[in-house]
Design a protein around this ligand. Sequence first.
Ligand SMILES: [Fe+2]
Ligand SMILES: [Fe+2]
Length: 176
Amino acid sequence: MPAEAFVTRLNEQIAHEYAAHQQYVACAVFYDSETFPQLARFFYRQALEERDHAMMMVQYLVDADVEVVIPGVAAPKTTFTDIVAPVALALDQEKRVSKQINGLAATAREAGDFTSEQFTQWFIKEQVEEVATMSDLLRVVERSKDDPMDIENYMAREHASDAAEDPTAPHPAGAE
Ligand SMILES: [Fe+2]
Ligand SMILES: [Fe+2]
């Protein structure tokens, strides 16, 4: 059985991951409506990854036979002043999630719940990548904000295809 404190925090994290999903959909829709198809595609894909994170956590709790709370989600920010703003917001969000995931790992460790601590390890690694991706992207959009087609070309070049399947990733609930 996972530690009660961990279950509580993991249920909270599920809400954060769903909120991240909604926020990235909002970013994608903003870029779509401004006709930046590559940036839109990137954020739609990021949104799906956040949903997967939530569903991996759901699967963990289902497997552990403890209560899963599918949460309501706070409304995302949907209006942005310029094309840099959604990326800046995304970087802030990823940094915040990194702290939350580290907090989850600490909660598991303090409770002596080593199984749950191990479950958090994949997410720690994932957050390092997500923060790096968003801070690279922020640098690119800031540098090229007056010439946005450069940004689109960069996205087409660097983020053209879906990331390769990660065999170490936890299973998202409901996935094939
Ligand atoms: Fe996530
Ligand atoms: Fe993320």
